[in-house]
Ligand binder design. Sequence first.
Ligand code: KG4
Ligand code: ZN
Length: 381
Amino acid sequence: MRILAIETSCDETGLTIIEAKGGVKKPSFKILANELASQVEIHKEYGGVFPALAKREHIKNLPILFEKVLKTSKVKKFDLISVTSGPGLEPALWTGIVFAKEKALEYKTPLIPVNHMEGHILSVFGKDKGEFSIPKVEFPALSLLVSGGHTEIVLIKDWMKYEVIGETLDDAVGEAFDKVARMMDLPYPGGPEISKLAEQARKEINKQRYVVSGSLGRSGDDGQRKFSPENFRADGNNISSKIISLPRPMLHSKNFDFSYSGLKTAVLYLIRDIGKLDEKTKMAIAFEFENAAIEPLIHKTKKAIEKYKIKTLIIGGGVSANKHLQREIKKNIKIKTLMPAKKLSTDNSIMIGMVAYMKYLKNKGKVPRPSSIKAEGNLKL
Ligand code: KG4
Ligand code: ZN
């Protein structure tokens, strides 16, 4: 069947025409056309996504991208239209939903709403062009979803059977990366920028250009940390007598939840104490921040794998592109682990088309009334 998929939950406008076949046991896909318009450059000025601007851009982009996918694919009709209905920014989500409803009416096609997070889960099987399929997965599976809006651990008993067993109580991990980057005058989106600086710091440490400190006392809930070469202080003049040490909030809490606002505030105070930041100090902060942000993700994922006897781990969302996270996963997780290709780790409509097919099959072709489909900013899995 031919599916038109639409994604507008945040700052990427995505349109895909995908051919799906094989049924629920052997689903396979072929991309007939795919377009993605990123608004990053527009939002850069504001240091984050500005919802009213995102809405305006989606409204402008949707018809243009639609013409493009029609032209590339030469498709004249669809069997199914799918659209992200949440979670995300409601003004942005509405633009996709309104557009999808118009097209469903015009092409007399059933319309199916898709959960964006389910898209991130299935994105590990996708490609940005050509053909691909969803192989047999050993359940129970676990998904660690890490993006600008979400930090969740999801227990997957079967496709479409999800239970969120842990989530952030405040900021998402990607949001913390973005906000800390902003505090250091780095451009939006901040995740890749922080990551770049932290990677540089790791290289410097290997070359031992940083002074390695003794034991570190930290203000987090994990108390004293033992000496390790990873605990270092920057050699720059600004912080010569200060050890950069940030908390790992909720690292040892008994649940699978996360918290990132305390870490963000700790960076804010640190920067305030230091004053002007030189390049080296930025590197040191990025390094310790990245360690502090990633450590709870690894620790809790490991605990959940043990508790639920998980067979497959699926990582999804923009932060999955983080090199330190990828290395730590490899080092610590021994079960089969799936990660999205870089182009599919961030928002896209390919993953929305994939979910639409699986959901349509699971619901035996039943779709809700178009008038009942609405934007749900906090839609749960
Ligand atoms: O999934 P996504 O594209 O959008 C949301 O649904 O939020 O994720 C975007 C987030 C941003 O916060 C961005 O800073 C973060 O993913 N990100 C990274 C990296 N690349 C993107 N965070 C850390 N390290 C990276 N390499
Ligand atoms: Zn996303």
